[in-house]
Design a protein around this ligand. Structure first.
Ligand code: C2E
Ligand code: MG
Ligand code: MG
Ligand code: MG
Length: 282
């Protein structure tokens, strides 16, 4: 029937596009059902104090536990979910689940951990996002100050004003907003100045180059110094080695996150982690 739809359609079903087209059609339908079938799960990665190694917060990271394909990482379905809009219900599930699980964890232990949830721009900029956040907090009993939202610079693509207004409202409720993957996207220093945010997360792509590239090191040091002058804290993501850890500590980075301290782990494993994670081997 491809012929009936004309030449463009015929081309569409041939060549290199075939596999990815079919894949995304399948994936799209499967994504739809995955939520109903409860196939998503959250792992949590600690963020530690750069000096003491004390766990300060955790970041929720979604995984798709696919019945046939096994554990699928978010890089393989979040971009599609963003394209189809399915990120909105999925993101809402993540928000509710993260609040619920961390509220339960905090209630069962001495340690009170804030949780950071990644929010896609599409989800963040939806009219009812604030209601969705309120719902998640209310349903879980998690106090607002234990919730942090991670957004990337791409929320600013359609203009800063509505974003600033929303962030102001969120912070008046005690909910904090962090800028994720800072420096990789639509960066403008004047936006950083205007955003009511308290934290920037330096992308992993900078961290593993600081030791070998002077210019990358200059950016990293510059961001840290600038953020501190704006009363923001800086997290370095993707710390894997002792050298990277030492370098970021020396540069006055406040918080560290990476495989060196802990990979993202299931809630049961998180519950058993010690209060301090000084880094493998130290
Ligand atoms: P992100 O928010 O920047 O999260 C950090 C990613 O880096 C995570 O990958 C984490 O596992 C990985 N990582 C942490 N430390 C290290 C390290 O030392 N070395 C290396 N090589 N990697 C490290 P993950 O879990 O695969 O997530 C990838 C991205 O998918 C996230 O990047 C985030 O943008 C997105 N994502 C994950 N969960 C969600 C979600 O619930 N909602 C939305 N909208 N996006 C999500
Ligand atoms: Mg993140
Ligand atoms: Mg990040
Ligand atoms: Mg990143």
């Amino acid at each position: 029937h491809a012929k009936r739809k004309g030449r463009n359609t015929w081309q569409w079903y041939h060549g290199a596009g075939v596999k990815s087209t079919l894949d995304s059609v399948f994936l799209r339908n499967e994504l739809q059902q995955a939520l109903e079938k409860d196939e998503f799960t959250l792992h949590y990665q600690p963020v530690v104090d750069a000096v003491s190694g004390k766990i300060r917060s955790v970041e929720a990271l979604v995984r798709w536990n696919h019945p046939e394909r096994g554990m699928i990482s978010p890089g393989d379905f979040i971009p599609l979910a963003e394209k189809t809009g399915q990120i909105v219900p999925l993101g809402q599930w993540v928000l509710r689940q993260a609040c619920r699980e961390i509220a339960r964890l905090n209630a069962s232990s001495e340690r009170m951990l804030p949780v950071a949830v990644n929010i896609s721009s599409l989800q963040f900029l939806r009219e009812n996002f604030l209601t969705a956040v309120d719902d998640a907090l209310e349903a879980s009993g998690l106090p607002a100050r234990f919730l942090e939202l991670e957004v990337t610079e791409s929320v600013l693509l359609d203009g800063a004003e509505p974003v600033i207004a929303l962030m102001d409202t969120l912070s008046s409720r005690g909910i904090r907003v962090a800028i994720d993957d800072f420096g990789t996207g639509f960066s403008s220093l004047s936006y950083l100045r205007d955003l009511p945010t308290h934290k920037v997360k330096l992308d992993r792509s900078f961290i593993n180059k600081t030791l070998t590239d002077r210019r990358t090191a200059a950016i990293v040091q510059g961001v840290i110094t600038m953020a501190h002058h704006m009363d923001m804290v800086v997290v370095a993501e993707g710390i894997e080695t002792e050298d990277e850890q030492n370098d970021l500590v020396r540069r006055n980075c406040d918080l560290l996150q990476g495989y060196r301290f802990s990979k993202p782990v299931p809630l049961e494993v998180l519950a058993e982690l010690p209060d301090r994670l000084p880094g493998i081997g130290s």
